[in-house]
Design a protein around this ligand. Structure first.
Ligand SMILES: [Cu+2]
Length: 267
């Protein structure tokens, strides 16, 4: 064991010492890995409708609706090898109002992973595929919780956040409502705004997920939607109460691309 100990010392800066009886997981075998999207506002839990929050313009607001697509997951293991989740099983719609829709359930090779990357939204290729390739959460006619789709040319709404704020004008429903419906996949024949965002997160500081058969590692992300208004560019609700397919959507998308943070991992 002394020899083993010395060897461990030598490589301690590269990797943790493994016990003799801890076998190297077989990367040919896939196992469950879930990614939890825990939506918060600043330091507070997000509570739909009743929670009130304040942005940097001192505008107070509540959130009535929050949903967004996450897709095209890739995991890089501690040896630097990247695994791309097969695209057909790599689209998820996170819906705050539905507790069963806060996670992306993935199947990846057994191993230890040091980073994760995913797209916020739906890539242009998939957005223009035949409807037979756009099933489940991508089915424009199906149960995608209604209206996360604009149409063939404009594609999917990647990110939707709505709520009430006194800073928003009174609309014809009699409410001071703000609405952010963000999409735009670029496109080829008639290029439009491209708001596809790729997020890459380091997992080493918050805990490396150890994917093994017989258990489910969970990557717990905090998603701070305060960043939608107070990201790189502070956004005033009074100035921008409704943002849909317009140039200003780029600002909102840039803001929300910074809202994801790895908090911890459960192994
Ligand atoms: Cu957790």
């Amino acid at each position: 064991m002394k020899k083993y100990f010395l060897l461990c010392l030598a490589i301690a800066s590269l990797t943790a010492c493994q016990k003799d009886d801890a076998p190297t997981p077989d990367s040919n075998v896939k196992a469950a890995l879930s990614v939890e999207f825990d939506n918060i506002v600043g330091g507070q839990n997000l509570v739909l409708n009743t929670g009130t929050y304040t942005n940097s313009f001192a505008e107070s607001y509540s959130v009535s609706e929050l949903r967004y697509y996450v897709s095209n997951f890739k995991l890089t293991n501690t040896s630097g090898v990247t695994y791309t989740v097969p695209q057909d099983s790599s689209y998820f719609l996170i819906v705050e109002s539905d507790e069963t829709k806060h996670e992306a359930e993935l199947l990846v090779p057994q191993g230890d992973y040091s980073s994760i990357s995913f797209t916020v939204g739906v890539d242009s290729l998939r957005s223009t595929m035949d409807l037979s390739k756009r099933t489940g959460v991508l089915d424009p006619a199906g149960d995608m919780e209604t209206s996360m789709y604009w149409g063939w040319n404009s594609g999917y709404i990647f990110f939707k956040m709505e709520g009430i704020s006194a800073a928003a004008p009174l609309d014809n429903s009699g409410q001071h409502k703000f609405r952010y419906h963000i999409g735009g996949f670029g496109g080829y024949s008639a290029p439009t705004i491209n708001n596809i965002k790729t997020v890459t997160l380091d997992l080493t500081a918050g805990g490396v997920p150890k994917v093994r058969t017989g258990r489910e590692a969970n990557i717990h992300l905090m998603v701070d939607v305060a960043k939608v208004l107070d990201g790189n560019t502070p956004v005033s609700i009074a100035a921008h109460p409704s943002v849909m397919f317009s140039d200003f959507s780029v600002t909102i998308a840039n803001n929300y691309s910074s809202m994801f943070r790895h908090d911890h991992t459960e192994n």
